[in-house]
Write a protein of this length. Structure first.
Length: 760
DNA sequence: ATAGGGTTAG
């Protein structure tokens, strides 16, 4: 009996196992099936059977349940190559590259070695992690074992090397392939194109035909996109044209890439042709094509066309909307950009990082600094994470209004998110700190950088120039040279500017000469402006003037302005008149020029000439400008003061000025920066030099001035390092439009040279 | 048991 029972039991058990195994083998579907099978295996005491464990493991792996799969692997009685293969391949397939490589290491430690099934997916993992070294080792392993000639291994090696931007190796493997295919060929060619290696890209592309592989649409598109991404815009367009003349039909991918290139070439004629072509191909609703069209027209300065293309789009896309915002920004239509942004945000469009960053950059670049800061805050409330592009878009806004607290916050944010290795982020931080009077903090950022490019060096050099720190500036320039970093136009602008501020005529001249002699950089307008200022401030006005006559191009308003300012400092009437007359022709509506001349006359006691200047202002349409009367009074006051700076009547004079400014305020007029600065400057200069920011603020307070002036005073405050007081002025600015001229142009020298009235 | 191509922000 007992035997029978035992037999029956065995029989039942056997049956259950058979049934279970057949059920397991057919379980290929859902995760719950896998779990049921696992439970069944445990119940039947089969879970440690190698075959069962391997099968379960594969089931879990196919559902990305790696923890469960791992448990099975670790409790596996004898993990075999097959178990590892399923798990490694699944990890690699689901882009879980870290796990892929961990499993590989575990496998190796168990003295199991990769075969043709495992090698490709582990190499793919190296590609995904840009682990060139390990990839290289696997390649070596493949060569040693003869697995490297497997076609799957070969192509995975090509792709891995491309992803690790080791194109030479990729090329080598490609050349040795027994059966090179289109995919590897196109990947290699476009890899070269993306890196900007035009000759190799073209070579690989052309050689594909010789190898009997016909390039397909993807190959062509890869070339066009690659050239576009590496800034070889002309090559991209030529490739598109070649494609066309070879009779190969293109698609939305080709069109969107080529349009991007056309935009950068600013060739609207080709742009319109491609536009027509896109319409014929029925690509009007392709979001990439529309985005590129919007961007292209924007870059070509056709704002209306940009709007039209966007409006024609039926279902508005975020990308296209972003392109529109940046296009409007590019064409100085800041309010329209903001309106667009608000409109689509209100309509519930899912704005992304690019949308927010574009908008912030737009505000930073167009003087709407507080708005930029506010947008940054709003962005985070909206749950959109700023990235390493957002930060350098925001920081210039912090720098411009000396918003140190905001700048610091952005710095902390960057540290937390690991953006501080980014050269753009660091350069912007350096600029922000030096603009906020924290030159030491700027230097710290600079010193901590793992890598530096020209922009970083220029930022640091510009910082020292802004602070008039000649020794440090020269030092950094020398460091730059010993670090094999070649200077550019901007570097010399800073150097010349700081020499000019410090009155180092010979040093400045030697830099100016070495620029073209040693570095092959031809001096541009801003460098001449610096030189004129350098010589002019030092009283060498004739030399400055003769330099202007030797210039290879016509001096612009900045250069003439530098001369006029110098003439004012040295009361040189003769050259002052020459400069002023040129400026009146170049920018007749700029009151600053009239004032400078009037000041020279005032210093020389030329009453009738002053009247003439006043008439000229009237003729220039500035007659209703209450500033005229302001200058009148002010200049006469200056005349009283001429020759004696510590005039006992100073207090009365200031009072008089104060009264006048009140009157002006009552009549609704806010004096322009230049008017007020002429008066404030003398006192300011002293306070700035002594670091008396409080007094500076008081002087400012006496004069009820415009936001523009507030901005300038703020700059001075932050140079003193008193950002606290500076921040107080932000509210003034928020209320009205800011008048900032030349914000983007000549960023480095505008502070030093354009306001040559010796502010700092 | 996979692999190559797209736009927009500094």
């Amino acid at each position: 009996m007992t035997r029978n029972v035992q037999a029956l039991h065995l029989f039942n058990n056997f049956n259950r196992k058979i049934a279970y195994l057949s059920c397991l083998n057919s379980a290929t579907g859902t995760l719950s099936e896998a779990k049921q099978a696992h439970a069944g295996a445990l119940k039947a005491g089969l879970s440690t059977q190698p075959h069962v464990a391997t099968k379960l493991l594969a089931l879990y792996a196919s559902h990305q349940c790696f923890t469960e799969a791992d448990i099975l692997l670790y409790s596996h009685p004898q993990p075999d190559l097959f178990s590892f293969t399923t798990l490694i391949n699944a990890s690699s397939k689901f882009k879980n590259f870290h796990r892929t490589l961990t499993l590989l290491v575990k496998m190796l430690s168990g003295r199991l070695f990769p075969d043709t099934h495992i090698l490709p997916s582990t190499i793919k993992a190296c590609a995904g992690l840009s682990a060139l070294k390990l990839g290289h080792q696997l390649h070596g392993f493949g060569l040693a074992t003869g697995l490297a000639s497997d076609s799957l291994v070969e192509s995975s090696l090509v792709h891995m090397y491309i992803k690790c931007s080791a194109l030479k190796y990729a090329h080598n493997v490609f050349n040795r392939m027994a059966e090179p295919d289109v995919i590897c060929g196109s990947a290699l060619a476009s890899g070269y194109a993306k890196k900007g290696d035009v000759s190799n890209a073209t070579m690989v592309f052309d050689e594909m035909g010789k190898l009997g592989i016909e390039p397909n649409l993807v190959s062509w598109n890869g070339m066009i996109a690659g050239f576009n991404q590496s800034g070889h815009f002309l090559e991209a367009v030529l490739m598109f044209q070649r494609m066309h003349s070879d009779g190969i039909g293109c698609d939305g991918v080709s069109v969107s890439s080529v349009l991007a290139a056309v935009g950068d070439l600013e060739d609207v004629i080709i742009g319109v042709q491609v536009h027509g072509y896109a319409i014929r191909l029925g690509l009007r609703s392709d979001k990439y094509v529309v985005s590129s069209l919007v961007d292209m027209y924007g870059k070509c300065g056709c704002a209306l066309e940009t709007l039209r293309v966007f409006e024609e789009m039926e279902k508005k896309d975020v990308g296209a909307c972003n392109a529109l915002i940046s296009s409007l920004s590019r064409n100085n239509m800041v309010d329209d950009a903001l309106k667009t942004f608000r409109k689509y945000k209100g309509q519930g469009m899912e704005l992304n990082v690019v949308s927010w960053t574009s908008m912030i950059a737009c505000c930073s670049q167009h003087g709407k600094h507080p708005v930029a800061l506010e947008l940054f805050r709003e962005m985070q409330i909206a749950g959109v994470k700023p990235n390493s592009v957002t930060i350098p878009s925001l920081l210039p806004a912090c720098a411009s209004i000396a918003a140190l607290a905001h700048g610091k916050a952005a710095h902390c944010f960057s540290l937390k998110r690991g953006f501080t290795d980014d050269v753009y982020v660091c350069s912007a931080l350096i600029d922000m700190y030096s603009s906020c009077g924290r030159i030491k903090a700027a230097r710290q950022c600079f010193d901590r950088m793992p890598r530096r490019n020209l922009v970083c060096w220029n930022a640091m050099l510009g910082g020292y120039a802004m602070h008039g720190m000649i020794k440090e500036a020269i030092n950094i320039f020398q460091l730059m040279q010993s670090s094999q970093q070649l200077p550019d136009l901007v570097s010399f602008t800073s150097l010349l500017s700081v020499c000019s501020q410090c009155g180092l005529v010979e040093v400045g001249q030697s830099y100016f000469n070495s620029m073209s002699k040693d570095y092959g950089i031809e001096a541009r307008m801003e460098h001449y402006a610096c030189m004129v200022s350098l010589l002019g401030r030092a009283g060498k006005l004739e030399e400055a003037y003769s330099l202007m006559n030797e210039m290879p191009f016509e001096p612009d308003a900045c250069v003439w302005g530098a001369l006029l300012s110098s003439c004012r400092v040295h009361h040189n009437m003769q050259l002052g008149e020459v400069a002023a007359n040129r400026l009146f022709a170049l920018e007749p509506k700029n009151p600053g020029n009239y004032i400078l001349l009037s000041n020279i006359y005032a210093a020389r006691g030329k009453w009738t000439e002053m009247d003439k200047v006043r008439d000229m202002m009237k003729r220039a349409g500035l007659k209703k400008n209450p500033g005229c009367s302001w200058i009148e009074v002010k200049n006469r006051v200056h005349m009283l003061l001429a020759g004696d700076k510590s005039h006992p009547q100073m207090a009365q004079i200031l009072e008089k000025l104060n009264k006048l400014s009140m009157e002006m305020k009552k009549s609704g007029y806010l004096p322009d920066t230049d008017f007020v600065l002429q008066d404030v400057e003398e006192q300011e200069k002293e306070h700035i030099l002594c670091g008396h920011s409080e007094k500076l603020a008081v002087v400012f307070g006496i004069l009820n001035t415009s936001p523009g002036t507030a901005l300038t005073v703020m700059k001075n405050l932050r140079i003193c390092g008193d950002c606290h007081t500076a921040i107080k002025f932000i509210s003034r600015i928020e209320r009205r439009e800011i008048l900032v001229r030349d914000t983007n142009r000549f960023h480095h020298f505008k502070d030093g040279v354009c306001s040559c009235g010796d502010l700092w």
